[in-house]
Design a protein. Sequence first.
Length: 135
Amino acid sequence: MSILEAFKFAKTGQDKWYEDERRLRAEHPLLDDNGDGKGSQDLEDAEDGKWASRVYLAGFSAELQTSLQRAKSGTQSPADSLRLEKLGFEQQIEDLKAKKEQLSPQEYTSQFESLLVQLAKTNQRLKKLEGGKKE
């Protein structure tokens, strides 16, 4: 489920509650995901919602959860470190995608390619380190 879908679901539930209870709206949910400081209620023609439609609510894999727990306890392995590094690059790529319209095409492409190369190298080191075995 994307952040946008979660927002719309919550907004619809709130709308229904106020209607069912025949109450005057005391709350008006807003979504501001473009950084302009102005939230939008109706997202059909709004600038807001583009980033939220690309970010999904999902849990981490069991492997990544284990790596995070080991990092917190100070017992992480080299593979754990690489998994967390990989996650960091994936998050940076998603953040860059959300800012695409704010960057020149050349700047976006340059940053995107750099992050993809770093992600690929990290993934390659992780695969080599794991050597087909699971921790």
